[in-house]
Design a protein. Structure first.
Length: 364
């Protein structure tokens, strides 16, 4: 009788152990990332942050974030990550120093434990960039400046840096850290705001740029996504992250026409909100159908877009409220001297740094 009881107990223990191991294998993350994502799949979340970029990638309980939207979007990105169960980020990538990409990074870096923070070896002398640098110091992190060809493991997936390749560029956009994510037979390409010069450098490097999903450069601007570059990527799907009725006219008709000509299925955050792609290593499924409107952004100077003034116009900036004023605006008299700054930068550039045109003197 005791022998049989012992045998039954042993079998019960074995079954319990098998069930526990099975549960652990499917649901338990490999580290403290905290996500409850199943093994055997990679999720790519193209987060709707308006006119900006933010992408969360989950793989085998590990997580990485590429950009975090504008200055006002940090908390929204934080909340989205927490809803996905993210407690730790293996990697945080700030593709380049423009505010619509790194504006929310200071919040994310401060709120989450971060394994590595990747930034290009290029900085801008802006308050937004300084806030990111200050937060790195507070957390005792040192940013890594990756080179083309560097590879990083992310759970069951890995990604390769494909740009920049040490070349000097004229535009900050061309310094964007671009990565190609690989999981099984599926590939995703992210190029930040890379423009024509960076695209040519990537093509000349001979790197493999092919991808099933292409995160369209520069929010669908015609300054990127040349036909030659798109042919090298040869994607089945494209995702455009931009804000509804944005002042830049993104996405531009030239890019949409090219994508349509190539038969590429397009998703866009301005019309569809947050977009999620799930890969099992063989095929990719989506949380919605592709967009079918093919509607380009409004041309400059019409609708809600901001007319671009001549470059020799001087503006007054309030570095506290992040407002842009004409020198004649009554509001400039109320700005404290330590917060007042004069600049000859054009409106588009100032807006990309997180500044907002005054409604009274600039009509917005």
């Amino acid at each position: 009788m005791k022998k049989g009881t012992t045998g039954n107990r042993l079998i019960a223990l074995i079954l319990s152990a098998v069930m526990l191991i099975s549960w652990w294998t499917v649901y338990q993350p490999a580290d403290a990332a905290g996500t409850r994502q199943e093994r055997g799949r990679v999720e790519v979340h193209y987060i709707d942050v308006g006119q900006g970029d933010a992408t969360l990638i989950l793989s085998d309980g590990h997580a990485m974030l590429i950009d975090a939207g504008n200055n006002s979007k940090g908390t929204a990105v934080q909340n989205y990550l927490q809803k996905q169960g993210v407690k730790k980020l293996d990697y945080v990538i700030g593709t380049h120093p423009d505010a619509d990409h790194i504006g929310g990074l200071d919040v994310v870096i401060y709120k989450f434990d971060c394994g590595e923070v990747l930034l290009p070896d290029y900085r801008k002398d802006t308050k937004t960039y300084e806030e990111v640098e200050d937060t790195l110091k507070i957390k005792n992190y040192k940013a890594v400046h990756p080179d083309a060809g560097d590879k990083y493991l992310l759970g069951e997936a890995f990604f390769t840096v494909v740009s920049p390749a040490g070349k000097k560029f004229d535009s900050a956009n061309d310094y964007s850290v671009a990565v190609r994510l690989e999981y099984g037979r599926n590939h995703f390409l992210f190029v930040g705001d890379a423009e024509a010069e960076a695209e040519q450098a990537m093509l000349k490097s001979g790197q493999n740029l092919s991808a099933d999903v292409y995160k369209v450069s520069h929010h669908g601007s015609k300054t990127g996504t040349s036909e030659e570059f798109l042919e090298a990527v040869n994607p089945e799907y494209a995702v455009i992250s931009c804000g509804e009725d944005n002042s830049y006219g993104h996405p531009h008709g030239e890019v949409l026409n090219l994508l349509r000509k190539k038969g590429i299925k397009v998703f866009r955050t301005d019309e569809q909100g947050t977009i999620v792609a799930v890969s099992d290593g063989k095929k990719i499924t989506w949380n919605m159908s592709p967009d079918e409107s093919w509607k380009a952004g409004e041309p400059k100077g019409t609708g809600k877009s901001t007319p671009e003034p001549a470059k020799n116009i001087t503006y007054i900036l309030n570095e506290n409220t992040k407002k842009i004023h004409r020198p004649s605006c009554d509001s400039t008299k109320k700005i404290a001297s330590e917060n007042k700054k004069r600049t000859k930068k054009v409106l588009r550039e100032l807006e990309s740094e997180g500044y907002i045109p005054c409604k009274n003197c600039l009509g917005r």
